[in-house]
Design a protein around this ligand. Sequence first.
Ligand code: GAR
Length: 191
Amino acid sequence: MATQSRHKIAVFASGYGSNFEVITRAAQSGEIPADVVLMVCDKPSARVCSLADAMGVEKFVFSAKDYPTKSDYEREIVRRCRECGIELICLAGYMRIVGEELLNAYKGRIINIHPSLLPAFAGARAIEQAMEYGVKVYGATIHYVDETLDGGKIIAQQAIEYEGDNIEELTALIHAAEYKLYIKTLQKLLK
Ligand code: GAR
């Protein structure tokens, strides 16, 4: 594969890291024309940190409380991203609202995945919120990131019909859909 056509991407995560894993595997196998060159995490004890080590991806792990303001830690994130030549930032379970520093530095180049058909059920516990509401069509959304919670122009969505009440079963279905949607979207965006 020609190296010039490969893009440098960063994945931001806060927890388990299954989307990070899927994106990194797709990059390593050549399924997407990109290299995951940086993983950014705001939770030092998160599983995604050891996963990055195991997968050979450089990481920047920080605690927001070690910085006076959001701008301060975001300035450091931007510095690291620039140092690595990052072109696109993929949020994958990064549980923080992105601030001005990052948005200005990477205008139109930050995307996020969310486990609902946005604009419905933004925020944490989206799958549980939707089930409590009694919806019959769930889904996943990939969108450009703006300064609001899970807000920004929608890029792609996948609907999932489910009428049961088993949250584990539904979560597994949504996660499986997320993985496919992220890879398909990255293939399109990076073309
Ligand atoms: C994913 O389901 C993602 O859509 C969600 O966090 C999960 C992370 O799982 N993101 C949000 O809720 C964003 N508001 P993972 O760490 O196993 O990839």
